[in-house]
Design a protein around this ligand. Structure first.
Ligand SMILES: *Cc1c(COP(=O)(O)O)cnc(C)c1O
Length: 378
């Protein structure tokens, strides 16, 4: 019998042209950061997002969030409102800046930042301390957050929004691409994301001037002089020309990747929605998710664990949904505005294997495992 291979949650999936762009970087000796692939990759992202935004390619999505907070002058004494239900990289840069995170829970329609709790938090902070300096909202697992509601509140109180679109390249909201819905957007090209440069990210801004400033900060903040002159603190955050070559190849296949991930979701939903112990997050009208990861909510922690451990026995990787930031040991003492949604999702939710390179055999193997567990559980 063939030995079964391990099935991963989300693994890199090259399209074909990546090698060509990387080879070009080698043959022209553009190995250093900057170079034609960086510019080409930025143009590809810019066009994909609709052409109105400016893009700075960076070494990670985390670096992009950090630079956004830099450009917003977030510093010690400031408070930043951040979605609690997310990966820690959304919140860590607040700490890098010496500022204070305040966590906002999710609503049930999208699993993302609750506009109601956001406004409650803003009013509370204005009354008791001062106006928060920024809002970090996240399109988690590719599902767009309620951008109209969030932006309206942000504008009412004049607070800029950083749109964490690390998981949502290819998602759209009322036909506009995620990443381009707010003042600052960020993308990630980490190995597990919908497309990857093995490691990388991008900052999305409104003007050429802001882009220049971001690039300046990301390349050690060198002033214009023949020697090395510095009047501000810089970072080494620029994407390398070699990795940008991978990104150019990946941008040729982004739409295929979205389609494949959405098909995974449809497959799971088609075969599992008859089980009343399992529910899926549906797209509200005019919300289009790239379905980066297919998530299920089960009826109990016990059932979730049973499914996860059965999959593990068969060498299939699955994972509980993100543990909310307000429950994390490192963040639990910060103020948070919660309603139980993210705690419930963390308790009962599971991420299923969702790579765009899963085969029909892989999907059947995963499904059989889950249905066996569910039938046994009845
Ligand atoms: C991956 C991710 C990031 C960070 O991106 P990196 O490129 O890994 O630094 C930030 N926010 C969310 C929601 C992510 O999933």
């Amino acid at each position: 019998m063939l030995t079964k291979t391990k099935i991963y949650l989300s693994s890199p999936h090259m399209g074909g042209s990546e090698q060509k762009f990387v080879d070009e970087a080698f043959s022209t000796n553009w190995i250093a950061p900057l170079g034609p692939n960086v510019n080409g990759f930025e143009d590809d992202i810019k066009n994909y997002l609709g052409g109105e935004k400016q893009i700075a390619a960076l070494s990670s999505g985390t670096a992009a969030i950090h630079l956004a907070l830099q450009l917003l002058n977030v510093s010690k004494g400031d408070e930043v409102l951040c979605q609690s239900f997310t990966f820690s990289a959304s919140a860590n840069p607040i700490i890098y800046q010496g500022a204070t995170p305040i966590f906002i829970d999710s609503e049930t329609d999208t699993w993302n930042m609750s506009p109601e709790l956001l406004e409650i938090a803003i009013k509370d902070r204005i009354e008791k301390y001062q106006k928060p300096k920024a809002i970090i909202a996240v399109h988690l697992y590719g599902m767009p957050y309620k951008a109209k509601e969030i932006n309206e509140i942000a504008q009412k109180y004049d607070i800029p929004v950083v749109e964490d679109s690390a998981e949502a390249l290819g998602s759209t909201y009322f036909n506009k691409k995620c990443g381009a819905l707010s003042d600052f957007g960020i993308l990630s090209f980490n190995g597990n994301k919908i497309i990857t440069t093995s490691g990388g990210g991008a900052l999305i801004v409104d003007s050429e001037k802001l882009k220049e400033k971001a690039v300046f900060l990301s390349t050690q903040a060198r002033d214009n002089a023949p020697h090395y002159e510095h009047s501000s603190i810089g970072f080494n955050y620029r994407l390398s020309n070699v990795l940008a070559g991978i990104g150019r190849g990946q941008m040729e296949v982004i739409d295929d990747r979205v389609e494949a991930r959405r098909q995974n979701f449809n497959f799971y939903k088609k075969h599992l929605s008859q089980y009343k112990q399992i529910t899926f997050l549906e797209e509200p009208e005019n919300f289009f998710s790239n379905r980066w990861i297919t998530c299920i909510e089960t009826e109990s922690y016990e059932l979730r664990e049973k499914i996860r451990l059965e999959l593990l026995k068969d060498d299939i990787e699955s994972r509980p949904l993100w543990k909310p930031m307000h429950m994390q040991p490192i963040f639990k003492d910060y103020l948070h505005f919660t309603n139980g949604t993210s705690e419930r999702l963390f308790d009962r939710g599971l991420c299923l294997p969702s790579g765009s390179n899963l085969t029909q055999d892989d999907l059947s193997r995963i499904l059989n495992n889950i249905t066996n567990t569910l039938n046994y559980d009845k």
